[in-house]
Design a binder for this molecule. Structure first.
Ligand SMILES: Cc1cc2nc3c(=O)[nH]c(=O)nc-3n(C[C@H](O)[C@H](O)[C@H](O)COP(=O)(O)O)c2cc1C
Length: 154
């Protein structure tokens, strides 16, 4: 079994939680993939969990054109852990964002994961508010499915 760890922040309206659940459902379509999702607004991810994951999906609301602080905290934690010889970076990842009409947090998150030596293997996805249209829902599920396909093939 390959493990995908979905790390997201959701607080205001649950928009990013809905997006994370759709990405997770796409991942679960692929045989041999185990998915764990953590809302970092509720708890911090411990580095044993991060180390055990084969890949990460990072999701955040746009907060002042930047990812939420708790998502940034996760990225900081995995880089610091890697400096302590833990296997927490160098993994495939994807990024997704919900926003209120801006969306600049997506390129900011993509820059952050690159700096932390993660390998973004698919283009990021953003939604204005919760994914509601048929097209948005399809894109979120497809992102999870395509990501899980790549992870399963590792
Ligand atoms: C503190 C704060 C700052 C925000 N800043 C932005 C912003 O700069 N640009 C934007 O498009 N939306 C902004 N928003 C809107 C949120 O990104 C949007 O409502 C998001 O979908 C909330 O996700 P959630 O319901 O999962 O918490 C902000 C919301 C909050 C609470």
């Amino acid at each position: 079994m390959k493990k995908v760890l979905i790390v997201y922040h959701s607080q205001e309206k649950g928009n990013t939680r809905i997006m994370a659940e759709l990405v997770a459902s796409g991942c679960r379509e692929i045989t041999g993939i185990d998915v764990v999702a953590v809302n970092v607004n509720e708890r911090r991810v411990d580095m044993d969990t991060a180390e055990a994951a084969d890949a990460y999906a990072l999701g955040s609301p746009d907060y002042f054109s930047y990812p939420a602080g708790n998502v940034k905290q996760f990225v900081d934690d995995i880089l610091l852990a890697a400096w302590q010889e833990r296997r927490t970076t160098g993994k495939p990842c994807i990024c997704f964002v919900t926003h209120g009409g801006g969306g600049a947090a997506l390129p900011a998150l993509e820059k952050l994961v690159k700096a932390a030596k993660l390998d973004q293997v698919l283009p990021g996805l953003s939604c204005r508010g919760a994914p509601q249209s048929e097209d948005d829902v399809r894109r979120c599920i497809a992102l999870g499915r395509e990501f899980a396909r790549k992870v399963a093939a590792l």
